[in-house]
Write a protein that binds this ligand. Structure first.
Ligand SMILES: *Cc1c(COP(=O)(O)O)cnc(C)c1O
Length: 380
């Protein structure tokens, strides 16, 4: 049995006719960049997330970068975030010229440890970026409280959390702005690159619309220094077609998480947790495993597409060595990065596949824990 980490083809097959009609609409109107389909999607995605404005951009990385630029973040500023995240969060901060300042995570949810934020805030801090990692929303209320008291902006990195809830409210409308990625493997994925920023702040939305389009709203209008970071028409049409399925797909992810949890309850691995105040979007199913690297290699050999998110924390990456962090600075982040393992998870996964993955893990760990009986004793 071959079980990939995600199966984009299976999802495409389930909505093929609608997708082909959507793509055909764009081809017929030839609105390949921004245009009607992108505007319709922006409106639908903002409404879905209870945010006032959505600005479609060409990736999640651009979403974070442009939002920071729009808020005036640059050299001399500091942005507080986590090291246990996809590199894009930290890249985006770095390209503004601001300095990323890392806070450790809490071990249960893998999200920013809100008790440690205040100690990381200095007079140079402008923004806090909590990352809703693996689809599990960060604990936003204490973050927003600190931000209010210290006069900081908060940007949700919601690139892995489309449709997740925090205290009954959709992520995306909880802070100054929220950034989404529509990379194909995300819970809401384009068929190419894509991203969006949500905000309730009209001036910020307008600034973002200019930044993504060479500094102006119309052709050859260049009011500010911008760039090209526009969402394509075909991606807008595809995303608009897929959005109505998002909640159902997230429900299926949740069901598969429960199935994994019951199959793996006695396996000797750590299972994912969900804080009582949230409803995770379960972008990934992440276990904590002994012999993690060996297990990962074994699963891959058996045709199972497990992978590590992420093998090295950002503060220890070569490209960020200028930030001056060293091993031991973020103990929970460093511990977790040695133990986490993501198992295949996507809405179309079957119970049989989940059972196979779980049994393969169990047989590997059983073999590992068998006391080694040296040949000598066997003979005596
Ligand atoms: C995917 C992702 C991004 C970047 O999105 P791209 O669309 O790939 O640029 C940023 N942050 C997090 C946490 C992500 O998972």
């Amino acid at each position: 049995m071959k079980i990939p980490l995600v199966d984009l083809k299976a999802q495409y097959e389930s909505i093929k006719d609608e997708i082909q009609a959507a793509v055909a609409r764009v081809l017929e109107t030839s609105q390949f960049i921004l245009g009607r389909e992108v505007e319709d999607f922006e409106e639908a995605f903002a409404r879905y997330s209870n945010a006032r404005y959505a600005v479609g951009v060409n990736s999640g990385t651009s979403a974070v970068y442009l939002t920071l630029l729009a808020l005036g973040v640059g050299p001399g500023d500091e942005v507080v975030t986590v090291s246990h995240t996809f590199i894009a969060t930290v890249e985006a901060i770095s390209w503004t010229g601001a300095k990323p300042v890392f806070v450790d995570i809490e071990e249960r949810t893998y999200n920013i440890d809100v008790r440690q934020i205040e100690a990381a805030v200095t007079p140079k801090t402008k923004v806090i970026i909590p990352v809703h990692l693996y689809g599990h929303p960060a604990d936003m209320d204490p973050i927003l409280e600190i931000a209010k008291r210290r006069n900081l902006f908060v940007i949700e990195d919601a690139c892995q959390a489309h449709g997740a809830l925090y205290k009954g409210k959709k992520v995306g409308g909880l802070a100054t702005a929220a950034c989404f990625s529509f990379y194909p493997g995300k819970n809401l994925g384009a068929y190419g690159e894509g991203g969006a920023v949500l905000t309730n702040d009209e001036a910020l939305a307008t600034q973002l619309r200019k930044l993504r389009n060479h500094g102006g709203l119309g052709k050859y209008s260049h009011e500010i220094l911008g760039m090209n970071a526009r969402l394509e028409g075909i991606q807008g049409a595809i995303l608009k077609t897929k959005l109505p399925y998002l909640d159902r797909w997230n429900e299926l992810r949740r069901r598969h998480v429960e199935e994994y949890n019951s199959f793996l309850s006695e396996a000797g691995v750590g299972l994912p947790d969900e804080a009582p105040e949230v409803r995770s979007a379960f972008h990934l199913y992440v276990i904590r495993a002994p012999y993690r690297d060996e297990l990962n290699a074994y699963l891959n050999e058996q045709g199972i597409g497990s992978i590590v998110h992420y093998p090295a924390p950002n503060h220890l990456l070569e490209c960020f060595k200028n930030l001056g962090y060293k091993r031991g600075d973020l103990p929970v982040t460093e511990k977790v990065s040695k133990e986490v393992l993501s198992l295949p998870l996507y809405p179309e996964l079957t119970l049989e596949q989940i059972r196979f993955v779980s049994e393969t893990i169990q047989s590997f760990l059983k073999e590992k824990s068998r006391p080694r009986s040296p040949a000598k004793t066997a003979l005596s």
